[in-house]
Each structure stands twice: as C-alpha cells, then as structure tokens.
Ligand binder design. Structure first.
Ligand SMILES: Nc1ncnc2c1ncn2[C@@H]1O[C@H](COP(=O)(O)OP(=O)(O)OP(=O)(O)O)[C@@H](O)[C@H]1O
Ligand SMILES: O=C(O)c1ccc[n+]([C@@H]2O[C@H](COP(=O)([O-])O)[C@@H](O)[C@H]2O)c1
Length: 201
C-alpha cells in the first residue's frame, strides 16, 4: 500500500451527516486521494456524553458503504483511553506505510482549536492537514505553522450532529440531513429520543 494518498476524516459522527460526507468527497477529489478513511472517535474527551461507539461506527459504515473510495477504521474505538489524533495518525501510518501521504481532514471549527490538541506540533508534522469551510465558522490558518495546512472551500452544508440529535429528540425529521440508512438506523435503535442511550466517556 506504500505511496498511496490517504485522506483521514476523524469525527465523533453522532450521527454522521451530509456535511461530513460532502467535505470528505470534495477533499478526495481535490487532492486526488486513493481513499478516505473515516475514523469514529472512541472516547472524545472534549465532547461529554456520546452514543455508544458501536452505534456511531455502524452509522459511519452505513453512510459510506456506497462510495468505493470511502472506508471506516475501528482504530480509535478499539484503543483504550481518550482519543487523540496523534495516536490516530500513528495507527494510520502503521497501516498505510512510510511512503503513504496522509491528509487529515478537519472542519473550520476543529481547526480553530487544533493547537490545544495533544502533542499538537508533532501531530501537525505527522500528516498534512486540510481545513474545510463550515457555515458559521471562520476558516483561518494564521495560528498554525507555515505549510502545515491547506484551506479548502467545500459546498456549504449548515448541518451539525447536535442539530440532528435535537431534531430527533423533538420528533422532527432528519431525512436528507443524514443518509437514508442512517435515519433508519437511528429509528431502529431509538437513538437520541431521550438520555438513556448515551454513555459517559
Ligand atoms: N457541516 C460541516 N461542514 C464541514 N465540516 C464539518 C461539518 N460538520 C462537521 N464537520 C467536521 O467534521 C469533523 C467531525 O465532526 P463531528 O463528528 O464532531 O460533527 P459535528 O457536527 O461538529 O458534531 P457536534 O454537533 O456533535 O459537535 C470535524 O472536523 C468537523 O469540523
Ligand atoms: O488529539 C486531540 O487532542 C483531539 C482533541 C479534539 C478532537 N480531536 C479529533 O478531532 C476530530 C473531530 O473531533 P470531534 O470531537 O469534533 O468529533 C476527531 O478525530 C477527534 O479525535 C483530537
């Protein structure tokens, strides 16, 4: 697998929505990536309570199944302890080899906070970072080391997982905000209807 161009889309994906998928698709095309690996977080220490990892993993598999260039990794959910991107990148480097080019995809909101992430400077050197536009957030790399990140405009999708969860809790539809199979999975598992199906991280 050496020499391949690999996108990595980390996220809690609670649930995965079309904002994530459009961002990944746009970066895949723009950077001529061989594949994009979606990596659901195990224990996202900044998020508080989230749905069970297996539910978030399965929704991510369902959402990405039809795209031959999209794949899902269990690396973060199978690792104990808080999820840090430095560990994600080490794991992806081990899988794809020293010659692979790794591109970590992150939305403008996450990019703005990235210097607070664990071992941030080492992490920024371990992959090329791609910051994508997101409605409501300024996309800037002024705070980051030169050449560590490329900023990319993607089609604006004013969708968040928080809004999807709130809509389900309020009995409102999430059709067309998330893939059809994800709507069906949310209904089948009864996710987001109350507080009973979230677990502390
Ligand atoms: N609509 C969007 N457009 C572009 N990037 C997005 C969008 N939604 C999320 N992202 C990016 O996808 C990654 C994973 O996001 P995450 O799973 O936390 O979704 P979220 O919608 O931000 O969730 P929540 O509302 O629970 O905070 C982050 O880098 C985030 O910036
Ligand atoms: O490494 C860190 O310290 C760190 C802190 C916060 C978020 N991240 C990563 O950023 C990605 C998006 O996270 P989130 O919490 O916005 O879903 C996901 O891959 C997280 O593991 C990483």
């Amino acid at each position: 697998m050496a020499g391949r161009r690999i996108g990595i889309m980390g996220g809690t994906f609670d649930p995965i929505h079309h904002g994530h998928l459009v961002a990944a698709s746009e970066v895949q095309a723009r950077f001529d990536l061989d594949e994009v690996v979606f990596v659901p977080t195990g224990s996202p220490y900044e998020k508080g309570r989230v749905s069970p990892a297996e539910d978030r993993y399965l929704m991510t598999v369902i959402a990405t199944a039809s795209n031959p260039r999209f794949h899902v990794s269990r690396a973060d959910i199978d690792r104990d302890g808080p999820t840090y991107t430095i560990d994600t990148l080490r794991d992806m480097r081990a899988v794809f080899g020293a010659d692979a080019s790794l591109f970590f995809i992150t939305g403008a909101d996450a990019l703005n906070r990235i210097l607070s992430w664990k071992d941030a400077l080492e992490m920024l050197a371990a992959a090329h970072f791609v910051g994508v536009t997101r409605p409501g957030f300024e996309l800037t790399d002024d705070h980051l080391p030169d050449h560590s990140v490329t900023l990319v405009e993607v089609p604006a999708m004013a969708i968040s997982s928080t809004a999807c969860r709130d809509r389900v809790a309020a009995g409102e539809p999430v059709w067309y905000l998330v893939p059809d199979g994800v709507v069906q999975y949310i209904n089948k598992r009864g996710l987001y209807r109350g507080s009973g199906n979230v677990t502390p991280v």
